[in-house]
Design a protein around this ligand. Structure first.
Ligand code: NAD
Ligand code: TYD
Length: 361
């Protein structure tokens, strides 16, 4: 039975990945989820699988070398899937140091502990061990408004925000381990995800949540920045396929071929909410395009991200299966069914936690 060490599994993509993996492999795998539970980590995301015998949760910081080494010492880990990170650009602009700490130093600890556990006396690695580093297309910087310009695996790294700079640094560390030690790893650089369990600081869940309460819908700058949106389950599938079928030491870009301007996304969400809300639901009266409010632009706001997922399609056969119209309906339906989840993560307690965590950083 393969044993997975998943970092950041209580967050948005990590929890979707764990659900995906149990749905696919059921009792054929074991998953150990290590997460320190920042504001973004939420064990409620994993409630329906927490009692499985082949699932263990460990509350630990990936920067804590002792705690991470202990997990490797006590378990024969076959796969690492490394999600844990600070993931929000706006926070990184206000508090860059936390991003360096978790994203760079935390990745260094993960690499170091995996290497120590997997390396043989002759410097090669135990058969079949694999580390997958989950990264972002934001490391490549910003594309012009030109429909023919895409990010490729060979595109130069040109990160602009403290978030993308910290992710770029972590990618470089993984590359250094692969080049120096032939450490068995892959990197995936993915475009913007959306779907169930996404924290409502990111565009799509924020707009859904605000619209349903009749609150303003903040649009940064001119609203014409473009992101390439991928349904999170498609991303979970890509990660598994890369780890099992990809060539070791390779980077794979994972994208949705679904470029949209932010203002288009907001309009689609409002239209879809109006279509999906029952006629007698009082929230119908609140959801309106009048809520759209243009606000000051994000500092250093990247204009456009777009991935051409040619390599992963050609080599592995992965492609984004969920079109945006379907994915956004599934996402909205999930939020309708999980009102308490949204209430809990936006409560006063959460706000206090946030303030404490980022104080002075
Ligand atoms: P998230 O913020 O929802 O979740 C991050 C998780 O990591 C949380 O559960 C948090 O508690 C945990 N964590 C944070 N610091 C930790 C630490 N020091 N030790 C242990 N756990 C820690 O993030 P997400 O959106 O799920 O993103 C997951 C990964 O995917 C990140 O590496 C991110 O850079 C990458 N990524 C995200 C997107 C996206 O659109 N969300 C796109 C491409 C790549
Ligand atoms: P976000 O979800 O924060 O993802 P990222 O910055 O990693 O791409 O933002 C997506 C886009 O939406 C980005 O161009 C910034 C913009 N945005 C808004 O216009 N308003 C908002 O309230 C937020 C959170 C984002």
């Amino acid at each position: 039975m393969r044993t997975y060490l998943v970092t950041g599994g209580a967050g948005f993509i990590g929890s979707n990945y764990i659900h995906y993996m149990f749905k696919k492999y059921d009792n054929e795998i074991r998953i150990i989820n290590v997460d320190v539970l920042t504001y973004a980590g939420n064990l409620e995301n994993l409630k329906d699988i927490e009692d499985r015998e082949n699932y263990t949760f460990v509350k630990a910081d990936i920067c804590d070398k002792e705690a991470i080494s202990k997990i490797f010492a006590e378990n024969d880990i076959d796969r690492v899937v490394h999600f844990a990170a600070e993931s929000h650009v706006d926070r990184s602009i206000k508090h860059p140091e936390v991003f360096v700490q978790t994203n760079v130093l935390g990745t260094a600890v993960m690499l170091n502990c995996a290497k120590a556990a997997w390396e043989l006396p002759d410097g090669t690695f135990k058969e079949g061990k694999k580390f997958l580093h989950v990264s972002t297309d934001e490391v490549y910087g910003s594309l012009p408004d030109d429909k023919n310009a895409f990010f490729y695996e060979t595109s130069p790294y040109e990160p602009h925000s403290p978030y993308s700079a910290s992710k770029a640094s972590s990618d470089m560390l993984v590359k250094a381990y692969m080049d120096t030690y032939k450490f068995p790893a892959n990197i995936t650089n993915c475009s913007n995800n959306y779907g169930p369990y996404q924290f409502p600081e990111k565009l799509i869940p924020l707009i859904i949540n605000n619209a349903l309460q009749g609150k303003k819908l903040p649009v940064y700058g001119d609203g014409k920045n473009v992101r390439d949106w991928l349904f999170v389950e498609d991303h979970a599938k890509a990660i598994d396929m890369v780890q099992e079928q990809g060539r070791l030491f390779e980077t794979y870009n994972v994208g949705g071929h679904n470029e949209k301007q932010n203002i288009e996304i907001i309009n689609i969400i409002i239209d879809t909410l109006q279509e999906m809300l029952p006629a007698d639901d009082p929230r119908r009266a609140l959801v309106s395009k009048d809520l759209i409010t243009y606000v000051e632009d994000r500092k250093g706001h990247d204009r456009r991200y777009a991935i051409a997922p040619d390599k992963i399609k050609a080599e592995i056969g992965w492609y984004p299966e969920t079109d945006f119209a379907t994915g956004i309906k599934k996402t909205i339906a999930w939020f309708f069914e999980h009102e308490d989840w949204m209430k809990n993560v936006t409560s006063g307690d959460y706000q206090k936690y946030y303030d404490d965590m980022y104080a002075n950083k």
